[in-house]
Design a protein. Structure first.
Length: 246
């Protein structure tokens, strides 16, 4: 099944991977800026937005396989990946399995293990509850079947509470050049974000001050500039006083 997708701009391809409990519309603050230089692909993963669901549970491994198929069948080859939250985790899975398809990637507010999330960052079991209300409203605007919300919500909570289960040793196998971005008031623990960065053989790190897990919406100009600058790099940064990269 080909997921719903859209394209914008011309140039080298970029695929934007949305977060959990959301869809491709979450990239509204990034798409215009990125499309000025690149051909931007956005797609809704199975069960999200305009792509229908199946009875299967959600898993990052399956989402990675879905993204690999999208790269091969729709994009037609390698593309830079920019993933936010769940989308960043999916990009990590893709780059581990198929580095040949990912020349460069940006992981925003992503984790490699579910214990990297700060305690309390969980909207609770009730799909009609107050903490879930904003997600429910967004879902029902774009969903193929708005009545599917309780099932979709339960699948997502199961995913967040049990996955991913990667280790720093797994992250260390990622050969793809990777920029790790996060807010300074993140849903992902800062030490977890730093552990991901330090494990990456070819990683860079950016912490955007005065932002939270939705830094892409809170300070889009800074986030867009960081993404564009990173994607334009052709090799390791040439710094004047290298320590880690010496």
């Amino acid at each position: 099944m080909t997921p719903w997708y859209s394209e914008d701009g011309d140039g080298d391809p970029i695929v934007l991977l949305h977060g959990g409990l959301s869809d491709s519309t979450a990239w509204g603050s990034q798409t215009p800026a990125l499309a000025e230089r690149y051909k931007v692909f956005l797609f809704d993963r199975r069960g999200h937005g305009k792509t229908a669901d199946t009875d299967a549970p959600f898993s990052y491994d399956e989402m990675g396989a879905e993204t690999i198929a999208f790269l091969e069948e729709v994009v037609g080859g390698p593309a830079a990946l920019v993933g936010w939250s769940d989308g960043g985790i999916v990009a990590l899975f893709v780059s581990m399995k198929r580095p040949d398809l990912v020349p460069r990637q940006v992981l925003i507010g992503a984790s490699f293990h579910y214990d990297g999330t700060v305690p309390g960052f969980d909207p609770g079991d009730d799909p009609e509850g107050e903490d879930a209300a904003v997600f429910e409203a967004m879902y029902k605007v774009a969903a193929v079947d708005p009545s599917h919300w309780p099932v979709f919500y339960a699948k997502t909570l199961r995913l967040w509470r049990e996955e991913p289960t990667l280790t720093v040793d797994d992250v260390a196998t990622v050969s793809v050049p990777t920029l790790v971005l996060a807010g300074d008031d993140e849903a992902i623990r800062l030490e977890h974000t730093v552990a991901m960065y330090e494990a990456l053989p070819d990683g860079e790190l950016g912490i955007v001050p005065g932002t939270s897990h939705v830094l892409t919406m809170e300070k889009p100009d800074i986030v867009n500039r960081l993404i564009l600058d990173y994607l334009s790099e052709t090799g390791p940064p040439l710094t004047m006083m290298p320590i880690r990269r010496a």
